[in-house]
Design a protein. Structure first.
Length: 255
């Protein structure tokens, strides 16, 4: 009887290991569909500098995002088309991090991504084939409930062929309607930090991220956060000379 139970236990363990292995294989990143449908819609010259931001929505518990496998081809296709030199991502969970690392994109992570309680979900990636990374850093906001989510990551970059330097700061601000005190203080902290970086490195500063606000005062999601940001930064959505898309009532990046 004991031998029989032992055999059952061994069979169960083997089945569990095989099942887990097949699950891992199933969820492995395979963005072949995105490759097939990719079209180079955004050609750029050697002197162009392309900065992109994207909240990719975590599939961790409490974020309500669908599993990464159901959405990865969309992101992969966008990254191929846009071909960013610097990419600011928000809500980068473990599954997104592992998926991005598997892809054959010329993008390198600037800092460790949060796996549990450490790291950050607000990260930067850059293209080392086109840019030199001069300096980098990550900071937690002084006012925040979730430190790995509410952070700002920054990098000082040099374009290899022109030797132009620029700074990119990526962030994810708190919701204004829940705790208005937090995003206002976070914005003030960001502006002070951006001023320090600009004075130190004497180059343009780009702020990208999810600011949890809209830029139209007549919309429900508008908050004073937008007013604070535009005291120091220009809204690139309205300042850019050429645009691929029309203006929309949400802000993504400032310079």
């Amino acid at each position: 009887m004991k031998k029989y139970r032992k055999k059952l236990l061994i069979i169960f363990l083997v089945f569990t290991i095989v099942f887990n292995a097949s699950s891992i294989t199933k969820h492995k990143s395979t963005p072949s569909v995105a490759k097939e449908k990719n079209v180079n819609l955004f050609p750029k010259s050697n002197t162009d500098i392309r900065v992109m931001t994207y909240n990719i929505l975590s599939d961790s518990v409490g974020f309500d995002g669908f599993h990464v496998d159901t959405r990865k081809d969309i992101l992969y296709d966008v990254l191929l088309k846009v071909s960013p030199d610097v990419l600011g991502l928000q809500e980068v969970c473990r599954n997104w991090h592992d998926t991005l690392k598997e892809w054959d994109l010329p993008l390198k992570f600037l800092c460790p991504v949060a796996y549990y309680l450490t790291g950050t979900m607000t990260t930067l990636l850059y293209n080392p084939e086109r840019l030199n990374l001069l300096h980098r850093g990550t900071r937690s906001f002084s006012y925040s409930f979730v430190s790995k989510l509410r952070k700002y990551t920054w990098g000082v970059f040099e374009q290899k062929n022109t030797h132009k330097t620029f700074i990119v700061i990526n962030t994810h601000l708190s919701l204004y309607e829940k705790t208005p005190f937090f995003p206002i203080n976070q914005t003030t902290e960001l502006i002070d930090f951006a001023k320090t970086l600009r004075e130190k490195y004497n180059c343009p500063v780009f702020l990208v991220g999810d600011f949890n606000t809209k830029d139209d005062p007549d919309t429900e999601s508008y908050s004073a956060t937008y007013e604070y940001i535009t005291l120091f930064f220009n809204d690139s959505r309205y300042k850019a000379n050429s645009k691929r898309y029309p203006n929309e009532s949400t802000i993504n990046s400032h310079s």
